[in-house]
Design a protein around this ligand. Structure first.
Ligand SMILES: O=P(O)(O)OC[C@H]1O[C@H](OP(=O)(O)OP(=O)(O)O)[C@H](O)[C@@H]1O
Ligand SMILES: Nc1ncnc2[nH]cnc12
Length: 176
């Protein structure tokens, strides 16, 4: 049971028609700039995923970094970046994906995850699930065991969770 004094949704700015008509963009910068609220969401996520016995967190660029890296520090585990293609300097594997508003390709270093490691994938937001499904694909290609996925925000009406069968999913805030 959470004891937080924060109503986290009060810290999310919803911007209609960004980046294209019909999308209601959930802006987390209004949460991140408040040190107390930022710390509190990471603490809530840490408490929710602690039982998963994670070895490493993987997070997709860019907003997955601002959630995944502090969560890794809070849990005392390492962080493996999942980047848009062409950014990582070492040997990589890649996978293509669709977004709520576009297409892209993600990459990971081949040595980012050791075979058999228990991995949590962390991101700010679950929408269609394309980013997280691609992240899972990459981690599994490297031999990692994806035990969980954690988000600040889930857009439940886009059914992204359907792509996460068999994985322990935690979302701090849900929009219906
Ligand atoms: O569930 P999905 O439909 O895949 O959408 C969710 C993803 O979209 C956003 O990232 P975006 O690709 O816009 O990149 P950014 O973090 O660099 O802004 C968000 O941070 C998630 O990673
Ligand atoms: N509606 C949305 N708001 C913020 N980030 C997103 N990524 C995909 N859909 C999004």
């Amino acid at each position: 049971m959470s004891n937080t004094p924060y109503n986290f949704k009060d810290y999310i700015r919803v911007i209609p028609d960004f980046p294209q008509p019909g999308i209601r963009f959930k802006d987390i910068t209004t949460l991140l700039k408040d040190g107390g609220a930022y710390r509190a969401v990471i603490e809530e996520m840490r408490a929710a995923v602690q039982h998963m016995k994670i070895d490493v967190i993987a997070g997709p660029e860019a907003r997955g970094f601002v959630v995944g890296a502090p969560l890794a520090l809070a849990l005392g585990v390492g962080f493996a970046p999942i980047r848009k293609s062409g950014k990582l300097p070492g040997e990589t594997i890649t996978a293509n994906y669709d977004l709520e508003y576009g297409k892209d390709q993600l990459a990971m270093h081949k040595d980012a995850i050791a075979p058999g490691q228990r991995v949590l994938i962390a991101d700010d937001l679950l929408a269609t699930g394309g980013t997280i499904a691609t992240s899972i694909n990459l981690v599994r290609q490297l031999g990692g065991e994806v035990v969980g996925a954690a988000f600040l925000i889930e857009l439940a009406y886009l059914d992204g969770r359907d792509k996460l069968e068999g994985i322990d999913v935690f979302s701090l805030m849900t929009y219906e």
